[in-house]
Design a protein around this ligand. Structure first.
Ligand SMILES: [Zn+2]
Length: 275
């Protein structure tokens, strides 16, 4: 599945890795009551027995380069059977994985970088330079001593460390590829990066990963955050900026294809679907 659009003069395509099925909201979001979480889902016309999260990967074509942002869960079926379709979606869009020059990662969680290697342990994007923040790679590489990090540590070891000589670190604020600027947004993970394009589009990664819950309850922690307080502060700061500067959003986990805008709404926020 793919969706073509424009970011300024750049050709952009959302290519799907397929949706994830996550546990019910109260097992993911902490702070608001179960009733408040479920009421927000019902109001948005969504089920309460599970969370459905898309995986909207962005492919950008600029200055003769093909740049893929995040690459889904790969061949593992950690969250239901519908994920792992990225290569199929790229084929549908007429993109050869070998033609991808750059793989840019928001962070090191399974659903963002486990498409780097195929099930056979060979790179899915054999000619791509990999970009992510140094803080992100070093955190997972350091084998942080907590059970809840084990899976990501193993994933980074399997998908990124064998390609370490192809990794380039991106710095906060740097325009490291033409028209692509890094924006350090820590909390969900220590070196999480959002990316800004042409100054008026933002790929937000997992800073606010669920519509409506991350917007209606920006102060809610998520069980996936490595630093929950920092995650809340980062989310509030980024959402305020996106709303106030009218920056369009590419939402990785939001309903297909994840494009929209953020608006302030009675002290919290709202995501408006559409270009
Ligand atoms: Zn995610």
């Amino acid at each position: 599945m793919f969706h073509c659009f424009k970011i300024g003069t750049m050709d952009a395509t959302i290519v799907s890795d397929g949706p994830l099925t996550l546990p019910p909201a109260p097992r993911i979001f902490k702070g608001p009551t179960d009733d408040a979480l479920n009421a927000a889902l019902v109001h948005a016309g969504q089920p309460t027995d599970r969370i459905r999260a898309e995986q909207n990967c962005l492919l950008l074509e600029t200055a003769g380069r093909k740049i893929l942002f995040d690459n889904g869960l790969g061949s593992e079926k950690l969250y239901g059977t519908e994920s792992g379709r990225l290569l199929e979606s790229l084929a549908e869009a007429g993109i050869d994985p070998a033609a991808i020059d750059a793989l840019v990662l928001t962070h090191g969680h399974s659903d963002h970088c486990w498409g780097t290697m195929g099930a056979d342990g060979r790179p899915n994007f054999p000619n791509a330079t990999i970009y992510l923040s140094q803080a992100e790679l070093e955190f997972w590489e350091s084998d942080p001593p907590s059970e809840r990090f084990e899976r990501s540590v193993a994933g980074v070891a399997r998908h990124l460390l064998p390609l370490r000589d192809r990794i380039v670190f991106v710095r906060d604020g740097a325009e490291f590829l033409p028209g692509v600027q890094a924006c350090l947004t820590p909390g969900h993970t220590p070196g999480h990066m959002a990316y800004l394009f042409a100054g008026n589009w933002c790929l937000t990664g997992d800073v606010a990963f669920h519509d409506p819950l991350s917007y209606t309850f920006p102060e809610a922690h998520s069980v996936f955050d490595t630093d929950r307080e920092q995650g809340v502060a980062t989310r509030k700061r980024l959402l305020a900026r996106l709303a106030d500067e009218r920056i369009a959003v590419i939402g990785y986990h939001q309903p297909w294809p994840g494009l929209g805008r953020v608006e302030r709404a009675n002290g919290t926020f709202r995501f408006l679907t559409g270009p």
